[in-house]
Design a protein around this ligand. Structure first.
Ligand SMILES: Cc1cc2nc3c(=O)[nH]c(=O)nc-3n(C[C@H](O)[C@H](O)[C@H](O)COP(=O)(O)O)c2cc1C
Length: 181
């Protein structure tokens, strides 16, 4: 069985991003995948301290919930980064996990998660697709360094706080899930 972990970066469990994350989770489960959703806002994840202690063996000196996030990422074939766009980037909740992901690298810029796949799901208020471009560039460069294959993305514009996500982006998310081997 294949496993996916959803790094859910929105603080709102009944907002827009959860619509995409939920569609991804449901479609993967229908295919027989194991799916675990991590509500990052509920976890205690401290900011990276930039000490590089983690590089030799991948163990961070901070004792917090990132230990569990790391375990679930290691056990997964697919990592789903689901986030609202906050100031053109991923939410702080998700960025904390991304910063702490330095522990997935080694001293020679090798990756401890090489070969896994990643997809991204973003929602944002603007109708202009350009609004998520900086976030997508961050994802692209991050996955490149971590040697993780960027297997697809859904960027949903026009997501107002009370507005919900347009049907086409839910459908795109399901199609993306179905395309994943
Ligand atoms: C702090 C903050 C920053 C935001 N920054 C942007 C932005 O840079 N561009 C944009 O289009 N929408 C922005 N938005 C709107 C959200 O991205 C959008 O409403 C999103 O769908 C919210 O997701 P949620 O319902 O899962 O919380 C921002 C919202 C907040 C609260």
């Amino acid at each position: 069985m294949k496993n996916a972990v959803i790094l859910f970066g929105s603080p709102r469990k009944k907002g827009n991003t959860v619509e995409l994350a939920g569609a991804m989770s449901a479609a993967l489960k229908e295919k027989g995948w194991g799916v675990r959703t991590l509500y990052l806002n509920d976890l205690n994840i401290r900011p990276c301290q930039g000490c590089y202690v983690c590089l030799p063996d991948g163990v961070c000196r901070i004792n917090d919930d990132m230990k569990d996030v790391r375990k679930y990422i290691m056990e997964s074939d697919l990592i789903v980064y689901a986030t609202p766009i906050y100031w053109f980037g991923p939410s702080g909740q998700l960025k904390l996990v991304m910063d702490r992901s330095i522990a997935f690298m080694d001293e020679n810029f090798g990756s401890r998660i090489e070969g896994k796949k990643a997809v991204t799901l973003t929602t944002f208020g603007d109708e202009d697709m350009d609004s998520c471009r900086p976030a997508i560039e961050i994802f692209e460069k991050t996955f490149d360094l971590l040697k993780v294959a960027y297997a697809g993305r859904v960027d949903a514009p026009g997501c107002q706080p009370q507005g919900g996500v347009k049907r086409e982006y839910i459908d795109k998310t399901r199609a993306l899930a179905e395309s994943l081997a």
